[in-house]
Design a protein. Sequence first.
Length: 321
Amino acid sequence: MSQVNPKNENPLWGIFYIITAVSMLAVMDAFTKHVAPLYSYPQILFFRSIFSFIPLYFYLKKSSQLHTLKTKRLGFHFYRGMISIFATYCFVYALANIPLASMYAIEFAAPIFITILSVFMLQERVNFTRWMAVIGGFLGVLFIVQPGSETFQLASLIALFGSFFYALGGIQIRQLSTTESSGSIVFYFLALCTIVSAIMLPFSWKTPNWFDLMCMINVGLCGGVGQILFTKAFSQQKLSVIAPFGYVGILWAVFFGWLFWNEIPGMNEWVGGAIIIVSGLYITFQEQKAKKLVNALELENVRNLEDALDFEVDRSMRREN
């Protein structure tokens, strides 16, 4: 995912794609925040998934990935999809009940959860400084959520659960990506979302007016385009280069929250969000350094093996002579 596309090594392309991606997803969340208090979760999920297929189809066709949709890991796709549906539900609920910027700040705790889950699910080693970053990130979360205080809101805790499920889905994507294309992972997730929400839709349908209908359609279109641009960003440039620009989303969240709902983040949100972002960036950079070290060791092992083979071949030829 972090490999650079050899056809386009200019980091500006990766940065452009990640900024555009988070901007589209921020627009999606703004539309979602408008419709979330008015319509049921299954109805919003249905529009979000069904209309995401439109940009996904053109992406799969242009990138010649339509033939990669066949899979032998349908059960794993189902498991990952259900986890991500839970995450989506938590975020939609949070969007309806807490400021947009607060939800974004809590959502950025996902890299912290990924670090913890990778130890138990992927048997990865985490050094002391990364654990300190994890602890620092959770302190940032506590600044925002403020459990036990008068300003505590259940929606903030649910957003934190959403961040956990999102991280769990990210771990499963790592496991799936060993055999599945990025296009197929997105396709099966959207297919499951569509089926699950369609089954529940007759019990919770509310006919929207034209403005709300356009908002829900745009939730799907913006979400689909944002997901595709994320994929493009990760294929164009290393994660360590583009990761800092992913936090542009918090600026959009603050702007949209102020513009449409008169939401002004308090000091706790600013301080907590800053701590979470710094911790997440540190974890990201440490992960990239670890990957570089592993790649360097693997390359050195290959070179040593090649030298050993050359030596054996040379010794055999001298014996024959």
